[in-house]
Design a binder for this molecule. Structure first.
Ligand code: HEC
Length: 182
């Protein structure tokens, strides 16, 4: 029932939404893409300069900082989540899991789509989600063959890490933008 409701409300994004919604959806898209771009730029620079072990601490410190600074100018909390998380702070709610199950199906049907969702969460906030697909450059830290020294560095910071073993093209996770005023 929960999932059916969500899928129905998620359709909002494909049909003309209310003007207010449309503006928020567009802002959410922009925030997600900025987070993706800034993170990716810093991560790749760190990887190139000093390798994946060092880049893990960059990601560990900078991912939450970049996300926070992006949200600071709006009334939104900007972040990421996944079905299998590295940082337990990124763990999804049940409704986010349902959306990501749907994303997985969509990507399996058509690898060229970047599925999105826009819905009212169970606590009354409006949430936007946008799929994050696993790329080749993510494999050093999220792939099936993470090097032992990288694995060790990950486990030192994230003892409960679940975020390895992903194949390129698979759903890695989702951007999550939570609008605080209902
Ligand atoms: C240098 C290692 C490294 C690389 C390369 C890397 N990541 Fe990560 N990733 C991390 C770390 C560390 C975290 C935890 C960040 C935090 O504490 O918020 C993380 C977290 C995430 C999360 C948030 C959900 C979670 O599991 O906590 C997503 C989504 C994600 N990465 C996707 C990607 C994608 C997509 C790529 C490739 C474009 C990528 N990562 C490349 C190390 C890496």
């Amino acid at each position: 029932m929960m999932i059916r409701l969500l899928l129905l409300t998620m359709l909002v994004i494909t049909v003309p939404a209310l003007a207010d919604d449309q503006q928020r959806i567009e802002q959410s898209r922009q925030l997600s893409m900025q987070l993706g771009k800034q993170l990716s730029a810093e991560l790749m620079a760190a990887m190139k300069a000093e390798g994946p072990v060092h880049a893990i601490s960059v990601c560990n410190e900078r991912a939450p900082e970049i996300a926070q600074s992006l949200g600071a100018n709006s009334n939104a909390i900007v972040g990421r989540t996944a079905l299998r998380v590295r940082n337990p702070n990124n763990a999804p709610l049940g409704e986010h899991k349902a959306v990501m199950d749907y994303f997985k199906q969509r990507i399996a049907q058509d690898p060229n789509v970047v599925p999105e969702a826009w819905f009212t969460s169970s606590n009354g906030e409006q949430h936007y989600m946008r799929a994050i697909v696993m790329q080749p450059q993510c494999a050093a830290c999220h792939g099936a063959n993470v090097k032992p020294e990288v694995q060790q560095a990950i486990l030192a910071k994230y003892p409960d890490d679940q975020a390895t073993g992903f194949e390129v093209g698979e759903l890695r996770g989702s951007f999550l933008i939570r609008w605080l005023d209902k």
